[in-house]
Design a protein around this ligand. Structure first.
Ligand code: SIN
Length: 525
């Protein structure tokens, strides 16, 4: 087997991975591995913006309170405090590296989004904030000699030795390569592709969570999936994100009879927390027997709409929708996972030598429902912190380990993937119950019988990861017998007993195990 040794291995090149790489660069060689090209990450597609206190009219204490409120009582307060306090410095640094956030005169232009009580969302090129962050961070990385990129390499598993992480096995041009490192940072993003309706790019298949789990790391809060209220719902169109910033600028939600409905569901109407808006939309769809509702920007004026949302305007026009003069058909879609690899606020996982940052990680900062535009900030703040912490690793990688690769291929891979995504949307989506979750669990079991370990190609290895993460989401959703934040159980609508605790899973032989100390104890709601 070919191998390579570096000081620091980073898997993923979104905001968290790149920010960690920049932090580590002065301390040794850094290799950034990506399964696609380096710019293909969820960061690249982020529209609305990045939230931080950057004006005298706002206070970090208010950002802190808004984050806790959206998180519905389950946030880890220390992580939230870290995020809101360190956020402004990380943004100022990004501006010094060339980030061109939109301005009004000399001042930063600040928007408002759901559940924020102040205008604090910075944006770039109107609605292409993630692209701007990715551009600036990739440029910075290019200027640093000690950072190397390693694209089109799929991470198969972590290299484990004596319960320590010593790097990762990757699949590059059909061959397995061992990449040894003193510290390995997973920054692989989320798992939106587990659902048939998602705003996430194709790369978001939960890889980091699955490989960390297989290696023995703990995952936490996996029942909390955020469904974005508004994605495009038009024949032949992808579930393209219709940024929350549109509602922030005054767009309204109408049902198919063109009646505004959000004021009936929440005092903040269209700017209620995302989980509330998504469920209200589903409820209106059921009431009206429709598969969508509509977003209405017609009253905002063509010039303003085209200038403020140029990318969304252009994209929707491709599907014959002029967002300044037509109602936009919309429905919710899986957008973000609050759970992930359990980490400290320094990005340390429960495995020595293994770190995680960004969407793949769970510091507890988002609780049960992430506040809009807190995720790019999370990537910046915790990416930098994780880089700082990884410098202190004491792991000495043992080389020459062997890896057992599956030898057979699976004909039904694409079909099972498609069915899996449909099953997760229907059984473990916005509204779940014990019956739907048990049905989903049974289906997962039946697929395992068909597959029998035939994971050879990249696509099959992705399926393996998707099945692992689906399993954990369903088990977590079954375990939490109550409704909190984005986790809504139609058979247990109240919060249930011990609702403030976190559900953590780790691997014990081939079974999912619940760590009792942090588990929601049984009992009905
Ligand atoms: C959006 O633009 O609505 C997405 C921003 C986010 O997910 O925080």
């Amino acid at each position: 087997m070919n191998s390579e040794t570096v000081d620091f291995l980073i898997i993923g090149s979104g905001v968290a991975g790149l920010r960690a790489a920049i932090e580590l660069a002065a301390h040794g060689s850094v290799l950034v591995v990506t399964k696609d090209k380096p710019s293909e990450s969820t960061t690249e597609y982020a529209q609305g913006g990045i939230a931080a206190v950057m004006s005298d009219e706002d206070r970090v204490g208010i950002h802190y309170e808004d984050t806790l409120k959206a998180g519905d009582g389950v946030c880890r307060k220390k992580a939230v405090k870290t995020l809101v306090e360190e956020g402004p410095d990380r943004i100022a640094e990004l501006i010094s590296w060339g980030a061109a956030f939109d301005r009004e005169g000399m001042k930063l232009a600040l928007s408002i989004e759901g559940a924020h009580s102040k205008r604090r969302v910075l944006h770039a090129h109107g609605d292409s904030t993630g692209k701007e962050l990715e551009r600036v961070l990739l440029n910075k990385v290019r200027s640093i000699d000690s950072i190397r990129k390693y694209p089109h390499a799929f991470t198969m598993d972590l290299i484990m030795n004596d319960a320590e992480c010593h790097g990762a096995y990757v699949l590059k041009k059909g061959e397995v390569v061992a990449l040894y490192a003193r510290a390995t940072i997973l920054a692989t993003g989320g798992a939106g592709q587990l659902f048939s309706r998602t705003t996430n790019p194709l790369v978001a298949t939960g890889d980091g969570m699955a490989i960390a789990f297989r290696a023995g790391a703990e995952l936490e809060d996996m029942e909390f999936i955020q469904f974005h209220p508004t994605s495009l719902y038009a024949p032949g169109a992808p579930h393209f994100l219709l940024s929350e910033a549109m509602r922030g600028e005054g767009a309204l939600l109408l049902n198919i009879h063109e009646k505004r409905f959000m004021p009936e569901y929440h005092p903040k109407a269209e700017l209620a927390p995302r989980d509330v808006v998504s469920r209200a939309i589903i409820s209106e769809m059921v009431k009206t027997g429709s598969d969508h509702v509509c977003l209405d920007l017609r009253h905002l004026g063509k010039d303003f709409v085209k200038k403020r949302f140029p990318m969304i305007y252009r994209t929707c026009l491709r599907y014959d929708i002029d967002i300044s003069s037509d109602l936009i058909p919309t429905s919710p879609a899986a957008h973000y996972i609050m759970g992930g690899i359990k980490t400290s606020i320094h990005g340390e996982s429960t495995i020595k030598g293994l770190y995680a940052a960004g969407e793949v990680a769970c510091t507890g900062v988002h609780g049960a429902n992430r506040l809009a535009s807190n995720s790019l900030l999370e990537g910046l703040v915790f990416g930098a912190r994780t880089g700082k912490a990884a410098v202190r690793t004491t792991v000495r990688p043992e080389k020459g380990l062997s890896y057992q690769r599956d030898a057979a291929s699976l004909e039904e891979c694409d079909e099972i993937k498609r069915e899996l995504r449909k099953m997760m949307w229907e059984r473990a989506g916005i509204i779940r119950c014990a019956e739907s979750l048990h049905a989903g669990k049974a289906t997962l079991f039946s697929w395992r019988e068909i597959i029998k370990g035939k994971y050879f190609t990249r696509s099959e290895l992705e399926l393996k990861n998707m099945l692992t993460v689906a399993d954990i989401i369903i088990e977590s959703a079954l375990t939490r017998k109550g409704s909190v934040g984005a986790h809504f159980r139609s058979d247990c609508k109240e919060r249930g007993r011990d609702w403030e605790t976190h559900i953590t899973w780790n691997r014990s032989s081939f079974e999912l195990k619940q760590t009792t100390a942090e588990a929601v104890s049984g009992g009905e709601c």
